[in-house]
Design a protein around this ligand. Sequence first.
Ligand SMILES: [Zn+2]
Length: 129
Amino acid sequence: MSNVNTERETLRCKHCELMQFKTKAEICRRCFKPYQDPVTAQPEPVKPAPKFDWGFCIRLVRQAKGMSQLDLSRALGLTSPRTWISKIERGQIECPTLESLERLAVALGTRPGVLVLIASAAGQTGVQQ
Ligand SMILES: [Zn+2]
């Protein structure tokens, strides 16, 4: 229930139940308590988490290096060939660990920061192959 003329808006204090014209300070005229709970009055805005497209990033760099998924899994020393690579490229792994990111970067002959940059750019533009 909103009122155009907020200066003359009436409300009932939830602490002392007094019906009153709303004060500018938003404090009750009788009990001097704020009308609204500060916690509920200003809820924290939820920031959207930064999006990373790791699948696009890894596939892009791998193909740029002329590596197959098998080549990359061998460079990583993975025991189950291609499964992990295939999963991350299909977006089935949301976020690689820092350790695996570093290993990926080494295997791809680049630095983790480069992979983060590409994944971040791809995630924000929503670019898809
Ligand atoms: Zn009151």
